[in-house]
Write a protein that binds this ligand. Structure first.
Ligand code: F6R
Length: 369
């Protein structure tokens, strides 16, 4: 059942190009526009929504953090993202104009379920993004957009995360479409970019041997830091979470701009720091700022592991280890930059002798609060 792979996690990492493509299947019409009739929330309600609130836990929360950039950029609707376990205990402000999106692979996470129940009690509409047909979260929501990752067996979420991102991008574009926030051609162009991503993920997977070698070389370390900016920041958080849960290692993700406000004090000689570099095309200010962050940590002795776009020559002099990913539009970059971090954590954990499919103290579906 592991299809010849040594672990479910490796099998599920390898299934990602297919999972991404499957999540788009049937959701794009012949003209290249979105057809999401399955989201049964009436278009008037989506037009009237004045706020989006995303609730989720763990890796699904990281997908939500990335979704915020896409939703606000494409629709101009304010979007908040909150850990489900925090959300409902702070008396959040919700009304019928609030669209709540609950993201969950299992559809059974109790914290997320309680958050969505609370939201519905306040009159908000809830859209679930979920991987498990007929599970509790979609059953209790007003509408559901299923991710088509297929069953995810390994405790650490991989292919479900990538498909949650795809589903979030689809919802963001759909909101932009029904609200007329973007014209049809622009939406079609993004849909084309999204459709090309599956192939880019496949290319990333073909070039992972150096990442595995690096993971083996760093397996004796105590700490690894991850830095990102913009959509790369949640990717850094996700890279750190994968390393904690699989390798039982101290790992932390930071927004690169926050370095100077504290975390840079952690940098010491030979500390591995993984840096997710934004594309040098498009919003180049993000890229330039990241290059300065890499220079700063390297000047203080960090061993830099740089994940950058192919053709990004500017980062080369500051990368102790360089991991190149295909060029894709900035907002979609997490779909390719997350993959090396999954492979890194999986290989590092295996080298340390850990059971990657079943990390200690964790359960696949967290049905207690
Ligand atoms: C991390 C991981 C967890 C889950 C979280 C939410 O790899 O798997 O952080 O993402 O427990 O689970 P779901 O998506 O089932 O609600």
């Amino acid at each position: 059942e592991k299809g010849g792979y040594p672990s479910f996690m490796l099998k599920e990492i390898a299934e990602q190009p297919r999972a991404v493509a499957d999540t788009l299947l049937g959701r794009i019409d012949g003209s290249g526009a979105l057809s999401l009739d399955e989201v049964r929330i009436p278009p008037e309600a989506l037009r009237e929504a004045d706020k989006v609130v995303i609730v989720a836990c763990g890796t699904a929360f990281h997908a939500g953090l990335i979704a915020k950039y896409a939703i606000e950029h494409w629709t101009r609707i304010p979007c908040e993202v909150e850990l489900a376990s925090e959300f409902r205990h702070r008396d959040p402000i919700l009304d019928p104009q609030t669209l709540v999106i609950a993201v969950s692979q299992s559809g059974e996470t109790m914290d997320t379920l309680m958050a969505l129940r609370h939201a519905r009690e306040q009159g908000a509409r809830v859209l679930a993004i979920c991987n498990t047909n007929g599970s509790t979260i979609p059953r209790e929501s007003d509408a559901v957009l299923y991710t088509h990752a297929g069953p995810e067996v390994a405790v650490a979420s991989t292919k479900a995360f990538l498909t949650q991102l795809v589903a979030c991008y689809l919802v963001a574009l759909y909101l932009a479409q029904v609200r007329g926030a973007k014209d049809a051609d622009e939406i079609r162009a993004v849909v084309r970019d999204l459709s090309a991503i599956s192939r880019s993920v496949e290319r990333v997977l073909e070039t992972m041997e150096p990442v595995r070698e690096l993971a083996r070389a760093l397996a004796h370390k105590d700490t690894v830091l991850f830095l990102g900016r913009h959509v790369g920041y949640p990717v850094a958080l996700e890279g750190a979470l994968k390393l904690k849960e699989l390798a039982y290692m101290h790992a932390e993700g930071f927004a690169a701009g926050e370095l100077k406000h504290g975390p840079i004090a952690l940098v010491e000689d030979d500390l591995p720091v993984v840096v997710v570099v934004p594309s040098p095309r498009g919003r180049s200010v993000l890229h330039d700022k990241m290059v300065s962050s890499i220079q700063e940590i390297r000047a203080r002795g960090a061993r830099t592991v740089v994940i950058a776009e192919e053709g990004d020559d500017e980062v080369v002099p500051y990368a102790d280890h360089l991991i190149l990913v295909p060029a894709v539009p900035t907002l979609l970059q997490p779909l390719v930059t997350t993959v090396p971090l999954q492979v890194f954590a999986c290989e590092l954990a295996t080298t340390r002798g850990n059971e990657v499919d079943q990390p200690r103290n964790l359960a696949k579906s967290v049905t207690v609060e």
